[in-house]
Each structure stands twice: as C-alpha cells, then as structure tokens.
Design a protein around this ligand. Structure first.
Ligand code: IPE
Ligand code: IPE
Ligand code: MG
Length: 232
C-alpha cells in the first residue's frame, strides 16, 4: 500500500465532542490530547515520517479567555508530561507559528522539548501553534522584500522554492495527505502554500474520537488516489 510520508491534520471537533458528552469544552480538548497520542503511535506503527498537527490557530486567540487559558495550560502540561515518551519513541518535536505570542512558560517548554528531541529520527511531529498560513506567507514576503531593499536580492530572482524556504516549514517536506475531522469542508488558514498537491480526506468523526479505524480509512483513501500533479 502507498503510504504518505507526511500527514497534516486539522484536529477539529473538540467542542462538539464536549457538547455531545455534556462536559465543558476543556474536557473536549483534554480528550483531543489523548487522540494526539493515538495518532502519533499510529504514524510510528505505519512508518510515516512527518505529522503536522493544527493545535491552535492565530484566529483561535479570539476565543474566550477561559478557553484560551485552558488550551495554553494543556499545552504546558502536555510538553512536560509527554517528553519522556517522545524520547522513548524517537519522536522529534518541531513547532511552527507565531510562537512569540505564546505564554513565556510554554515558549520555554517548547524550546526545551525541541532541543531534547533534536536527534530523534523515528517521527517528526510538528505542532502548529498560534499558526496562520496567511500570516506565515506575509512574513516570508516581508523577509524577501527586506533582502531586495538591502540590495541582496533582485525581484526577478525570487522563485517558489525561495519563498518556501522563508516559511516556518522551511526544510520540511510538503504534506501528502491532509485530514480534517468533524466534517467541515474548509482549510481554516492552514498550510495554504504547503498543501498545493496534498490529497484531502475529511471525516465526520470528531477529533477526540479519531481512532485506528478512522486512521486506516484515511490511509486507504490516500492509497487509492492517483496523484497527477497536473501532468496527465
Ligand atoms: C478544535 O476543536 C481544537 C481547537 C481549535 C483548539 P474546536 O474547539 O474547534 O471544536 P468545535 O469545532 O467547536 O467542535
Ligand atoms: C481549525 O479549527 C483550527 C484548529 C484545529 C486548531 P477551527 O475550529 O478554529 O476552524 P473553523 O472556525 O471551523 O474554521
Ligand atoms: Mg472547530
């Protein structure tokens, strides 16, 4: 079976899961965290090398103070508690997004986790945190414009590869498969540049319920696609 090298996931539906179970939204996010562990284990089992997870968008800062602080608290807890497991499983952690927006404590924990796992090679896990694709592309445009202004670069020498190398994802392969849970048929400002040729799989399953069967279904769907890249 054809296996994607890189899977990107829009982990949506924690709120609806909480509603269904009559619990507060934070509980939905907590169970979403368990689904993250499950997805990581499944990727390792299948030999997938890259997993990029949309954990918090730039736009998510607009949610209630209570929800934002619950999510930030969960992130800190996750990074603290899961580090030994990442080490044991050979997971290398990366982060993309406007990380300077995160609370100081989380920035520090992220830095520590990324440094500690820097030599791991089994699976690269990329957390998209305070991430927005338009913001990312704008920052790249700004960096290139600065180089032009300083005379280091001519506008006509700017290529797609060069722009890609100024994104947070510089050096990472593009996703082959994009999964969105909870049924919404939209991209929500996620990896707009990088998913140019990704295959898209949307499932109605809510993220906290996303399990082996859903994962297998996504992989089977991917394996059945003919990727043409515009060539035939
Ligand atoms: C996704 O679940 C998690 C984050 C955006 C942090 P939601 O919180 O968006 O869940 P729904 O869409 O309200 O069900
Ligand atoms: C996308 O989900 C962001 C994350 C999964 C972190 P949202 O729930 O924020 O997106 P919309 O509001 O449905 O577009
Ligand atoms: Mg949502």
């Amino acid at each position: 079976m054809k296996i994607p090298q890189h899977i990107a996931i829009i982990m949506d539906g924690n709120g609806r899961w909480a509603e269904q179970h009559n619990v507060i939204r934070a509980k939905g996010h907590e169970n979403g965290g368990l689904a993250v562990q499950r997805a990581i284990d499944l990727c390792i089992e299948k030999g997938i090398k890259w997993l990029t997870l949309y954990a918090f968008s730039t736009e998510n800062w607009g949610r209630s103070k209570l929800e934002v602080s619950a999510l930030m608290h969960m992130l800190g807890k996750y990074l603290t508690e899961r580090l030994p497991e990442m080490q044991q499983k050979g997971v290398r952690l990366h982060a993309i997004g406007e990380l300077y927006m995160l609370p100081e404590r989380n920035r520090k924990l992220l830095r520590e986790c990324m440094d500690a796992t820097a030599d791991n090679q089994v699976l690269h896990v990329v957390l998209a945190l305070s991430y927005g694709s338009r913001q990312e592309i704008t920052a790249a445009a700004r960096a290139l414009a600065t180089k032009v202004k300083e005379g280091q670069l001519q506008p006509e020498d700017i290529t797609p590869e060069m722009l890609g190398n100024h994104l947070y994802t510089a050096g990472m392969p593009d996703p082959d498969l994009l999964i969105r849970t909870s049924g919404e048929m939209r991209i929500s400002n996620y990896l707009l540049w990088q998913i140019s040729y990704a295959e898209i799989h949307v499932t109605d399953t809510l993220w906290p319920d996303f399990d082996r069967a859903d994962f297998d279904e996504a992989l089977e769907s991917f394996a059945s696609r003919e990727r043409r890249y515009g060539k035939r």
